[in-house]
Design a protein around this ligand. Structure first.
Ligand SMILES: Nc1ncnc2c1ncn2[C@@H]1O[C@H](COP(=O)(O)OP(=O)(O)OP(=O)(O)O)[C@@H](O)[C@H]1O
Length: 593
């Protein structure tokens, strides 16, 4: 995820996201809006009643009992009902906001799961986590700020203006002057702050990324004594975050609040002055002045409220844009092909060409025919393209040219589900869920206990599991810390086998295990020979001596292929050289031991 893309100001994105939720339930939104209008009407009724009370009763010194009781009762009624309606309105908006965020968070998470593998080549885990958790949480602020705050305060402003106009149109026009000035101020503030806020959100996700990388790489950090360097790196980002946050807050409190207060005083002075003129002309009503002073206090309140929360609103917009941008990332091509299930597992690769980056081919003109049930090995030096070949067979990436056929049908003709069901993958690094052994084998496929147990037996893990007090229900910590490295690998093999795949891809499945476990894994795999097509990437060549065919890759080219014996007859063959080197190294190691 290139950093500058996150910084781009896509203001439209967050608002579009917001509007799609606001209008998802139009009747509810309109009802809540009506509630705001009624609540506002009750809110502005108070000073009007006070004006009547002053001008009709206090000033003339005339106190009829029942009209006064009526006015006081109406006043109390307006305050109580207004308060209740306001509470109702806030709760409804909050409920809408929380529901929207619930849905957005689910959408973003689902979307991230649907992204192509190429997206994760550059994504930083912490930053993604930050988008799914912090940024979606900030979106709640857009809803609360925009709906509950901005919208209801705008309606309150309109309500106050109407009430002011009813009382005295001229004075209302003076108060109205305040509006364009404040809108101008908000505009200036927005221009200043968007960059700072954007930067601070980016830094916040950098903090998350650094923390998550450090925790997941803790063993390496401690072993290489990187604690100080990591702390310094973290400190640097943290300090920058602090100063950008401070900058954002300072701009808000320095520019906006005092400016609005100053403007309100000016308007207040003008109103008092105009009122003085009316006194001179003998047309002034003291109740009007009282109501105006009251309204003016309330008039600046929503303005200050809107502007004061503006930085929050601004942050929410930036967060919303980041989430929107993530939602715009194109999903992986989750094919709806109608090729049915993979029946046999015969593979045909022809003229395959692939590059991660333009003009840097990683696989070049690969042609291989693999019959169903065969055991193929892929060997070659580091970076020769072995794992990439497996990624293409898994359809994680699409080749630039050439074709991969399974049972004579193109990879793209199979549905996503058929591919995932028909092809089992055993990666080099076992990925273990923090859940039970059963769940780790089942992986949400709703397999029967018998199928799970059968797979565990095939991976020679059943006895180990049964020796645990809770058997298949034994909870594994994050990363499967309760299992040995070899057992983790066996668990992943059981997981792959539980789906009864027709093709099994193994990427250095025994690279990290001791020779005893390697034998167990080898035994498990050899029993699958002729039942499942196996393609095994291997560094330790002794593990693939029995392969039907060995493919030797060199810088993306298929330079040799044949079984072990055939390849050993090639005098200057790459495989032979690699094999002999490994044998020698093994002899030296044995002699030293
Ligand atoms: N996601 C990626 N984005 C860009 N380049 C990549 C990516 N993955 C691998 N490469 C590059 O492609 C080339 C082949 O990598 P690949 O992982 O397929 O090699 P390999 O033979 O499996 O190596 P190893 O034995 O070390 O696992 C390397 O030069 C590598 O740097």
């Amino acid at each position: 995820m290139p950093r500058n893309r996150a910084d781009k100001n896509q203001d439209g994105g967050a608002l579009r996201l917001l509007m799609s939720y606001v209008f998802a339930d139009k009747p509810r939104f309109i009802k809540t809006l009506l509630l705001v209008v009624v609540a506002t009407a009750f809110d502005v009724l108070g000073p009007m009643l006070s004006k009547i009370f002053i001008d009709d009763f206090i000033v003339p010194g005339h106190y009829p009992l029942w009209p006064i009781v009526g006015i006081v009762a109406l006043f109390i009624f307006a305050v109580v009902v207004g308060t209740l309606l306001k509470y109702q309105q806030s709760m409804r908006f909050l409920d809408m906001a929380l529901n929207a965020v619930l849905d957005i968070r689910k959408r973003v998470f689902q979307h991230v799961l649907s992204l192509p593998m190429s997206f994760f080549d550059y994504a930083r885990t912490g930053q993604l986590v930050s988008r799914i958790t912090n940024d979606t949480e900030s979106i709640k602020d857009i809803y609360v700020q925009f709906l509950s705050n901005v919208l209801s305060n705008i309606i309150l402003l309109l309500g106050i203006l109407v009430a002011m106009a009813i009382l005295d149109l001229q004075l209302m026009l003076i108060a109205l002057l305040l509006l364009p000035t404040v809108v101008g101020l908000i505009y200036v503030y927005q221009r200043f702050s968007v960059k700072v806020v954007s930067e601070s959100r980016q830094l916040r996700s950098d903090i998350n990324a650094t923390v998550s990388e450090s925790i997941s790489g803790m063993a390496v950090i401690q072993a290489t004594n990187q604690q100080q360097a990591k702390t310094a790196q973290f400190d640097g980002i943290n300090n920058r975050y602090y100063s950008t946050r401070l900058k954002a807050v300072t701009v808000g409190s320095l520019l906006l609040r005092p400016a609005i207060n100053f403007l309100s005083i000016l308007v207040l002075a003008s109103i008092v002055w105009f009122f003085g003129l009316k006194v001179v002309q003998g047309v002034a009503e003291i109740g009007v002045l009282y109501a105006y002073l009251n309204y003016l206090g309330r008039f600046t309140e929503p303005l200050v409220e809107i502007t004061q929360r503006f930085s929050l609103y601004q942050q929410a917009i930036v967060a919303g844009n980041r989430v929107y941008e993530l939602l715009q990332e194109p999903s992986a091509n989750t094919q709806q092909g109608h090729g049915g299930a993979i029946a046999k597992g015969q593979l045909s690769i022809s003229q395959l060409q692939f590059a991660y980056q333009p003009n840097k081919p990683v696989l070049d003109n690969i042609n291989v025919e693999i019959e169903a049930g065969a055991f193929y090995a892929v060997v070659g030096h580091t970076g020769s393209g072995k794992s990439t070949l497996l990624s293409l067979l898994l359809n994680f990436y699409q080749p630039q040219s050439g074709a991969i056929l399974i049972d004579a049908k193109a990879l793209g003709d199979y549905s996503h589900d058929s591919l995932r069901q028909g092809i089992g993958f055993i990666p080099q690094e076992p990925f273990i869920l923090a859940s039970s052994i059963f769940d780790n084998i089942d992986m949400g496929r709703h397999l029967t206990p018998q199928a799970v147990e059968r797979a565990a037996k095939q991976a020679h893990l059943h006895d180990v599991i049964m020796a645990m007090t809770e058997g298949y229900q034994t909870e594994l910590g994050e990363g499967g810390l309760r299992l040995s490295t070899g057992q983790r690998q066996q668990l992943i093999i059981a997981r792959a086998l539980a789906g009864s795949p027709k093709i099994l891809l193994l990427d250095e499945a025994t690279a990290n295990v001791d020779s005893e476990t390697e034998q167990v894994v080898q035994r498990a795999l050899s029993q699958l020979h002729r039942q499942v097509t196996m393609i095994v990437v291997a560094h330790r060549l002794s593990t693939i001596r029995n392969a039907d065919r060995i493919l030797v890759l060199d810088k993306g080219h298929l330079i040799e292929q044949g079984n072990h014996e055939q390849l050993m007859t090639l005098e200057h063959g790459r495989y032979r050289a690699m094999y002999e080197l490994q044998q020698q190294a093994q002899k030296v190691a044995q002699a030293e031991a």
